[in-house]
Structure formats: structure tokens, C-alpha cells
Ligand binder design. Sequence first.
Ligand code: FAD
Length: 467
Amino acid sequence: MNLMWLRRDLRIDDNPALIAALQSGPTQALFIATPEQWQQHDMAPIQVDFIERHLNLLAEQLAKYGIPLTVLTVPNYASCTIALKEFCHTQQISQIFANQEVELNECIRDRQILAAGLNLTLYEADVIVPKGTVKTGKGDMFHVFTPFRNAWVKQLQQHSIKTSSHPSEVLTHYQSIRAEKIVLEATKKSSEKWPLVSDIKKHVMPEFLQTKHADYKQYRDFPALKGTSGVSPYLAIGALSSKMLASQVLQHVPFILDNAKADIFCWLNELAWRDFYKHLLFAYPNLIKGITFSEKYSNLNWPNSNEYFIAWCEGRTGYPLVDAAMRQLRQTGWMHNRLRMVVASFLTKHLLVDWRLGEQFFMQHLIDGDFSANNGGWQWAAGTGCDAQPYFRIFNPITQSEKFDPDGSFIRKYLPELSNVPVKYIHLPHSYLAATGQSECYWPAIVEHSQARQIALAFYKQQLGAP
Ligand code: FAD
């Protein structure tokens, strides 16, 4: 008997480990819940709930093909070896198939399992272009995105995308079984507002490709519009395959790889960013230990005001776009990409709080929490990461608000206390509120923008010992 060990690959299609297991013989599936480890990794309760819902979907899909899915619960990764050993013994399993996870603790867990003599084979299912194959002329990992992306495109031009078969293509005889209900014993928060991936595949992605993909570049930065795909939660738990998405884009726009600067390439470019950060973590596994990518930033002595940090977390900075974004995160478990950049810049540059605290807060709340993308995004914002821009890019939260939420509709949605403020004042409402006797209804600005900007520049210069 074979075992398909499901991890962050909660899907039946384009799942290379599952197909390899099925091709090799009768298979059953297993998921190991590790609540203590998840907590240690700051996994958001909304993501745990989302995983539970997708496990139930997957259990039904697998049951159709006669594959039972069992869920074991152990505290942490260290306990996985014994649990797997026992399970393999009682179920007479001789081979374990799984898809690789790139994060350090996950790699250590897999090494321990191999060292214990279990027959585990790993496949790759989390990227479009294989990790470790997009390299500079000298054979190193790229440190900047654009040349990585160009080499990534070349690879896609040379080797067409091959997704794995569907179980229906490899299984000739099977008998359906009944799926048992799965309940994860861990802290959860309802993710019901996010449909199951079956809905995304059937309705959301086809509609996105037909009606929104071509205009993505034009609308993607406006948080009040639904200009982006919204697929990140599904990619983060592996319910969707990024390779499958890329393959659909290539079918939809066959010439798309001809010009990476064309507007139509813009969405695929985001999937390339996702790959970039996964390749980066693969090349530099210690990023997970909180190190700065750029070594010269490793010893910044952040002031880390707890008062500022809490105000940022709670959406009380007095900058409407920042506060509305933080409320979006807390209420929905998701935040628009433009706002992630704005709030991350605000925390690190305006408030001089260590990016690692923001990174952790994001993980604790995001339904799409993914270490590589989150760490990459935070280090990009703090200026400590893989970025062609130096530290002195500081987003102005007021002009960002004027540009990307021009009529204030996003702000009004999450800050109802400002719903009556005229457009002219919505981006920084304090003078209007004072003049109309409503100062009490909103927070004063926590710092003054131009002053905070000067302080940030001085901080970075002094800490880096720059002239
Ligand atoms: P779309 O705009 O439709 O893009 C399609 C897909 O491309 C996304 O689903 C995502 O998988 C990928 N993608 C898009 N932008 C990026 C990017 N900048 N970096 C890496 N991949 C990208 N994304 C996560 O999936 N998990 C995180 O934990 C995460 N944390 C972030 C933290 C910060 C500070 C920043 C600046 C960005 C972060 N991102 C993260 C990236 C990005 O904000 C989200 O992927 C995006 O907002 C998801 O919305 P969407 O699916 O509608 O994206």
C-alpha cells in the first residue's frame, strides 16, 4: 500500500506526488495536523479553518476514486516521525509520497523522517519553474526580480509547462467510498466568506481570464475595485496550482511570453514574483530565521515603540488609508496588495518598528499567509530585502490614498466613522473634523508625514553609517 501525505498541496489536480503514488499502486491519503507547530509558525486561525474546509472537499474528491483520507493530530513536527511510523506499520504502507515544502522546519521534519528509515519520496508542486533552475550566468540565484523574471520567461519558452495528470487519467478500476467528516482540533476562525476552490475553478478564474485579465494592469492598484484575482488563499494552501494557472494564461493569450513588458503580461508577472520568493527561500533557507536579506541592514536598532505598533495593528494611526487597510485585514483575513505595501512602509518607515513584527502580525491574520511571499514583501517594504530600490523609498500615505482611493470609497467602507467626510478631506480629515466639531470621531495623526520621513531617512543613514 502507498501513502499520499498531503501538506500544502490540498488538491487533486496537478499533484505530482498523488499521481506518482497512484501509478505505483493502491493508495491511501493522510494529513497530519500539528496545532502547536502551527501556532509557533503564527498560522492564522482563519487559514486553519480554510484548510479544514478544503480537507473536507478533498476527502470527498478522493473518496470518489476509492482513496480514504485519514487525519492524524500530533502537537508538532517532531512528533510526525513516530506518528507516521505507527500509521505505516498498522496500514502496511511501504512507500510515502509527498510534495516538497521549502521552509526550514518542514525540511528538517522530512530529513528526520528519512533518517528514521521511512521510504519518503518528495516531488515539487509549489512553483511554475523548478526551484534552483533559474540562475545567473555564474550559476547563482538572482538577487533582483527583473533579471530573474527574464530568465524565468526564457525557461518557459524553452520548456512548455507540463502539469500532472488527473487521477481519472491514471486510475482504471476504482470503487467509490464514503468520506468521513474532518474536524481539525485547533484554534479556528470562520473562513466561510471565501468560497471553496471548486467555485474558483468553475466560476472565478474563467471569469477573471475572460473579463479582468486584460485590464489587470489598469485596475489592480485600486482597493475599492475587484481588479485582482483573489486566488492567493488557494495558492497558499495548495488548493490551486500556480502551474495550472500559468498554463491557463498561456492558453488564453498564446503570445504572452513574447514581451514581458506588455500590459497583458502583468498578471503572469505576479505569479513570477511568487516563484521568485519561493526560489529565494530555497536558495537562502535561513531567511526563515528572521535574517535580513541584505546583510548591511542586519543590525538596525529599531526604536520599536509598542504604543505605535499597537496603534498600527488596531488601525488607529489617524491615516485613513492605513487604518482602513488594517481593518480590512482584521475583518476579512486579506488585504489588497497596494495596501500591504502602504501599511508595511508606514510601520517600518513612519513608525520605525521592526519589519519582523509586522511580518508576524500579517501571518497571524492572513488567510493567504505564506512565508516566502510575506517575508519577501516585508523586506521589500523595509528596504532590507531583494530590491533594486534603496531604503529611501518612503510611501506617502496621503498621496497613495489620493491616487489609489480617489473618492475614498475604500476608506468609507472600513471606517464608517468617516462616511460623511467630503472627498476633498477624506485622505486626511482632521481639519474638516475639527471645523465641524467632530474631532472626537477619529484618531489624531500618530506622526506628521514629512517629519516622520525626515526622521526615517536620518535613522537609516545613521544606522548604516552612510555619509
Ligand atoms: P493578484 O494580484 O491577482 O496576483 C495573483 C497571484 O500572484 C497572487 O495570488 C499571489 O500568489 C501572486 N502575487 C501577487 N503579488 C505578489 C507579490 N508581491 N509577491 C508574491 N506573490 C505575489 N502574498 C501571499 O500570497 N501571502 C502573503 O503572506 C503575502 N504577504 C505579503 C506581505 C507584504 C508586506 C506584501 C507587500 C505583499 C504580500 N503578499 C503576500 C503578496 C500580495 O500582496 C498578495 O499575493 C496579493 O495581494 C494577493 O491577492 P490576489 O490573489 O488578488 O493577487
